[in-house]
Design a protein. Structure first.
Length: 100
């Protein structure tokens, strides 16, 4: 898995889906390393309990893990809502600093 690098990516909504069981079985595959290199904060979304990724890496920017058992659509809606609130708060903070 490759690291994502972009100057315009402000937030990542991550749905590892069926990849989660593979990551648990083969941690050497590199997902944790790729997430550690991710320059943006991220929110992990899942459809089932017990499918969240392990926090083995050093990535400081995982904001939340959202799991609505049996309803991935709701997980996405909640994850996007959290991301939008975080981005809005960051923009307000930056605006306040630039106007001082």
């Amino acid at each position: 898995m490759c690291s994502v690098k972009s100057h315009t990516t402000e937030f990542v909504l991550l749905d590892p889906g069926d990849l989660t069981s593979q990551v648990h079985a083969h941690p050497e595959a590199g997902l944790a390393g790729a997430l550690d290199k991710l320059p943006s904060p991220y929110i992990e979304v899942h459809e089932k309990f017990g499918m969240e990724l392990e926090r083995g890496g050093s990535h400081p920017a995982r904001v939340a893990t959202v799991i609505i058992n049996g309803n991935i659509g709701s997980s996405y809606r909640i994850g996007l809502g959290i991301a939008l609130r975080q981005l809005n708060a960051e923009r307000r903070h930056n605006d306040a600093e630039s106007s001082s």
